[in-house]
Design a protein. Sequence first.
Length: 148
Amino acid sequence: MEEYLTGFGPAMSRLFNITWAERGFLIVFAFVGPALYALPAIGLFYRIRFAGFFAWFIFIGPGVAEFTHFIFPLLRPVINPETPQSVSHLFPNGVYIPQLPNYYVHTAGTYYFPGMYTAILPMIPGIYAIYRLLKEDRQRKALVVRDN
């Protein structure tokens, strides 16, 4: 919700010169993402090993990589980096996106990027899950070595 309300998609568009409008943001994070999170959970419940691959993707991607929210304010936007106001832009592929906010700390004067305040929330279970899985793997390997 924080990312949506503060314009994460358009801010990424301005930062990296990519076409990510609000519609695309909502499709990915409000509709597709939750479905992709539910499928590995169901697969793990039914002990389908392939679901573990997707679970690791979730632990590392949204789990650990959320720290990038803290790096984004330090990156100079590709589109009008010195203009603090939101700008509209027509991208080379013909997509027009209005209201691209600028969160570049040297222009905006504040250290913030959409989603930064809540970025730590998915990191906690993601890092904990990785920790638990690695710990259990070490314990299992130690039992195998001890039993042999």
